[in-house]
Design a protein around this ligand. Structure first.
Ligand code: TA6
Length: 305
């Protein structure tokens, strides 16, 4: 297994590596990753799941939280980083037996292209249904997805759905970002004041008053895609998130009881991250016509408080 991965990494570097900017490597977590470097900033993207695992801005600290139990290539979704929820967000709309958050979090994506541009370095990963092995729940086997990850002054992601079929397809999805924080109890999400949200804990719809703060489990789909920020007084920074192709933002913390049920957050893990997800979730479904595309985009940065 290790030899095979090493051979795949060597092949990937020959085909896609860019000296000093992008390398394909074997991660200590047990899978292939694309490692991006740009003027002192670094990012790591796993081919398993098309999942950003790490983002460190130039002169800053790690922006993303990753479970200490994270392992790649196990067939189980990795907790942390930026999981890709596609082509549905949350439980499947009609079939209870299907995995939450779609079919690509545990799939092997392929490197499509890499580029070193003036504004940053970019890797494009792609996924399409394997011949004769269409995952249950995929609305059409000619529906494909690609993820562009660009490391520059900020980290930008573009999740593009392409409908190669003959019928319109309705999708939901999210870039399910786990942001690293010092303590959930003193962290706030700003920018959502006045936004309507579906509270998934009781199914009620409410309006946000002021900043989103945390004293228990929070699981909300906000009908808004305004620029938001995670204000973290412990790490003395603000993580800023801007969205495109989205009209919904998900905010989630499991708090203690759900954290215990999840079992893969590590000690005090729930206190060290908050999920602020750039989404097409809830009523923010998107219909992709035949031959057309839809891109859900997120731009992430960090600045001192
Ligand atoms: O985005 C919030 C959420 O939908 C929560 O309800 C919780 O289920 C979380 O995603 C994590 O889901 P996962 O399938 O990764 O455990």
């Amino acid at each position: 297994m290790a030899d095979r991965l090493a051979r795949e990494a060597a092949h990937g570097n020959r085909e896609f590596g860019i000296a000093g900017a992008i390398g394909i490597a074997v991660s200590p977590l047990g899978g292939l990753v694309a490692v991006l470097a740009y003027h002192g900033a670094r990012a790591t993207v796993a081919l398993d799941g098309g999942q950003v695992l790490s983002y460190v801005p130039a002169g800053g600290g790690e922006v993303l939280w990753l479970s200490p139990l994270a392992r790649l290539g196990t067939g189980k979704a990795v907790r942390g980083g930026i999981p890709v929820c596609w082509p549905w967000f949350g439980p499947h709309p009609t079939s209870t037996g299907l995995p939450a958050h779609g079919v690509v979090r545990t799939a092997r994506w392929r490197v499509v292209e890499t580029a070193h541009e003036a504004s940053g370095v970019r890797v494009r990963l792609g996924w399409s249904a394997p011949e004769g092995a269409v995952p249950p729940g995929l609305p059409d086997n000619r529906l494909s997805v690609r993820l562009d990850v660009t490391l520059g002054r900020r980290l930008s992601l573009g999740l593009t759905t392409e409908n190669g079929g003959a019928r319109p397809v309705e999708i939901t999805g999210a870039l399910h970002s786990y942001f690293r924080i010092g303590d959930i109890g003193v962290t706030a999400v700003t920018g959502l004041d006045g936004a309507r949200y579906l509270d998934k804990l009781d199914g009620m719809t409410r309006s946000q008053s002021g900043d989103v703060t945390f004293a228990g489990e929070v699981d909300r789909i906000y009908a808004a895609s305004v620029p938001v920020a995670v204000r973290d007084p412990v790490l003395a920074r603000r993580i800023t998130i801007e969205a495109t192709g989205s009209a919904s933002t998900v905010v989630w913390t499991p708090w203690t009881e759900k954290a215990l049920r999840l079992g893969d957050l590590g000690p005090e893990g729930h206190a060290r991250f908050v999920c602020v997800e750039t989404a097409n979730a809830g009523r923010d479904q998107r219909v992709v016509a035949p031959g057309m595309t839809h891109t859900l985009g997120a731009s992430i940065g960090a600045e001192p408080l």
